[in-house]
Write a new protein. Structure first.
Ligand SMILES: Cc1ncc(COP(=O)(O)OP(=O)(O)O)c(N)n1
Ligand code: 3NM
Ligand code: MG
Length: 208
């Protein structure tokens, strides 16, 4: 997918699509963002649809891929660029067929076995985490840089690192071979705003 590590942005778990459009535009205009994942936990399908309709054009106007979390069928129906699926988010092989030509990302926690399986099933990227403690989600798995080193030496399929990543702690992950750093709090909760969060992450990745 890329050469060099890039920023993979994930939305806050709850948002008002109309209000968030501007925040998103400012964040994407601040620097390099490879993709946005819409991750609205526990939202009704109609609300997810409204959010896709409001936010996907903001991404596409800036050449940023738009990925929907959790639901490959809805991602396909709404014309998203792809879907991110966890281990409990349905049939990965079926999603691969449905999302022919689109992006399929799969959560692999800290498991080499899950990552190999995801690769065999045609994932476009595998996601490892959590690398650091996070307030965004309760996590049951803890990943280390050895996993990124092993994967990036062995495999061509890109890997995403996630979980508590900030500008201050990301350098070892970049050096270990992460192709993407996925973040929520580091951007949306940045004390100087989301644009500053993107700039800080871009600078930290470049300096790693
Ligand atoms: C890039 C990326 N990596 C991991 C996850 C986590 O997915 P999952 O395990 O399905 O958990 P939820 O995000 O659905 O709570 C992700 N969303 N994105
Ligand atoms: C959505 C998600 N998945 C994780 C995993 O380990 O699979 S950690 C996580 C939360 C990421 O948010 P933040 O950047 O604020 O820590
Ligand atoms: Mg999920």
């Amino acid at each position: 997918m890329t050469e060099g590590c890039r920023l993979y942005l994930i939305t806050p778990p709850r948002l008002d699509p109309a209000a968030f459009r501007e925040t998103l535009a400012a964040a994407l205009d601040a620097g390099d963002v490879a993709c946005l994942q819409l991750r609205l936990k526990d939202a009704a399908q109609d609300d997810v649809k409204r959010a896709v309709e409001a936010l996907m054009p903001v991404c596409h106007a800036r050449d940023v891929a738009f990925i929907l979390n959790d639901d490959a069928i809805l991602a396909h129906r709404l014309g998203c660029d792809g879907a991110h699926l966890g281990q409990s988010d349905g049939d990965h092989a079926g999603a691969r067929m449905l999302l022919d030509g689109k992006i399929l990302g799969i959560t692999c926690h800290a498991s080499r076995h899950l990552a190999m399986t995801a690769g065999e099933q045609g994932a476009d990227y595998v996601a490892f985490g959590a690398f650091f403690p996070t307030d965004t989600k309760e996590t049951a798995h803890s990943a280390g840089t050895d996993l990124l080193e092993w994967w990036s030496e062995m495999m061509e399929i890109p890997c995403v690192a996630i979980g508590g990543i900030t500008a201050a702690n990301c350098a070892p992950l970049v050096r270990a071979g992460a192709d993407f750093l996925a973040v929520v709090g580091a951007v949306w909760n940045h004390p100087d705003g989301a644009a500053a969060g993107v700039r800080a992450m871009n600078a930290a990745i470049a300096a790693a």
